[in-house]
Design a protein around this ligand. Structure first.
Ligand SMILES: [Zn+2]
Length: 340
């Protein structure tokens, strides 16, 4: 961003890590490898090797019982589920869990030197204090936000993914963190949470924004939703945590939204324009992505973060859905200043 290198947290082990359902584990791993090949050609990028987290770090945001369950499952000689049928455990997975958590901690540490950091394998936003769920054994986003708050930072979270970040909302619903989530919603689509009327409570009152997109929403709706970034500008956080999940791409295996990689490029670009000249530090995560368009979308996001606006695919549109999103965003923007 404006001359500074972009830090990318990278470990060769990332190519082999996926906690997703066995049906989509391979494609989920492939997108990480493909992303790595794509960014090889970029200049002004610094690759940073993460250190695994100490076990104690997990207890900052998880119940001891959950961590012990994962440790035990990791010793089993077969692949099974940590929940009712989404999130897998496999032999030796606990080491990967520590590497994922360590990647978030390394990102925080390196943010003292680099303004913008990207963690391609990260953004496990569904896990709660007590449970693994939605391909997320633990919640590295909560770990990041919690650490930053303990460091007395003013934190905002922008979560973009096909799925609502239930784990993040649950932990920080009553906490002074601005949370803007953009996701697919019809009341029952996984994980089922994300009611736009849930606006936060106690110290978090008025700080929770669920920008629910109708299923099948296209690039034009996404652009409308990005008007919410104005709130980030007003809030002026010292840290912006971004989950840039790319599973809303039109070719994703978990079909939900009708976005192209252009939308992810625009997301990165708008963030770079908004915060390029401010003090705000940015830690972003790769989130979900289970299709042919995943690696391109991640790459497009990174290009956007570097200040490049690029349309690689034919844009998608749906006027009616856009209108619906516009109404919701207008209602949020109207009430914001008064709720701060
Ligand atoms: Zn997702």
């Amino acid at each position: 961003m404006y001359g500074q290198p972009l830090g990318i947290i990278w470990h060769e082990r990332f190519r082999e890590i996926s906690f997703s359902h066995p049906m989509i584990r391979d494609i989920s791993k492939k997108r990480i490898s493909e992303f790595r090949e794509r960014v090889s050609s970029l200049t002004n990028v610094m690759f940073i090797t993460p250190r695994p987290a100490p076990i104690d770090a997990l207890y900052e945001v998880h119940d001891k019982g959950l961590i012990e369950r994962i440790m035990e499952a990791s010793k089993l000689p077969y692949i099974g589920f940590l929940d009712s049928g989404d999130t897998v455990h496999y032999p030796g997975m606990f080491e990967d869990v520590l590497l994922v958590a360590g990647s978030a901690l390394t990102a925080i540490e390196m943010s003292n030197y680099l303004k913008t950091i990207y963690v391609p394998l990260g953004g496990f936003h569904h896990a709660t204090k007590y449970n693994s769920m939605g391909f997320c054994p633990i919640n590295d986003v909560n770990l990041t936000i919690n650490r930053l708050m303990n460091l007395k930072q003013k934190v905002a979270v922008l979560d973009v993914d096909a799925h609502h970040p239930n784990g993040v909302e649950e932990m920080f619903y009553e906490k002074p963190v601005l949370k803007i989530s953009i996701f697919a919603y019809d009341g029952s689509f996984f994980p089922g949470t994300g009611d736009p009327r849930r606006r936060g409570d106690k110290e978090g009152k008025g700080l929770n924004y669920n920008v629910a997109l109708p299923l099948g929403a296209a690039d034009d709706s996404f652009e409308e939703a990005l008007r919410m970034l104005r709130l980030l500008e007003e809030y002026d956080p010292s840290y912006l945590v971004v989950i840039a999940g790319v599973d809303g791409h039109k070719d994703d295996g978990l079909k939900s939204l009708n976005l192209t990689s252009n939308s992810y490029n625009l997301l990165g670009y708008k963030i770079s324009k908004l915060f390029g000249r401010r003090e705000t530090r940015i830690i972003s995560f790769g989130g979900g992505g289970y299709g042919q368009g995943s690696a391109l979308s991640m790459y497009s996001f990174v290009l956007g973060l570097q200040g490049f606006l690029k349309k690689e695919e034919v844009p998608t549109q749906d006027f009616e859905k856009r209108h619906e999103v516009k109404k919701l965003v207008d209602s949020f923007l109207e009430g914001f200043s008064s709720s701060l």
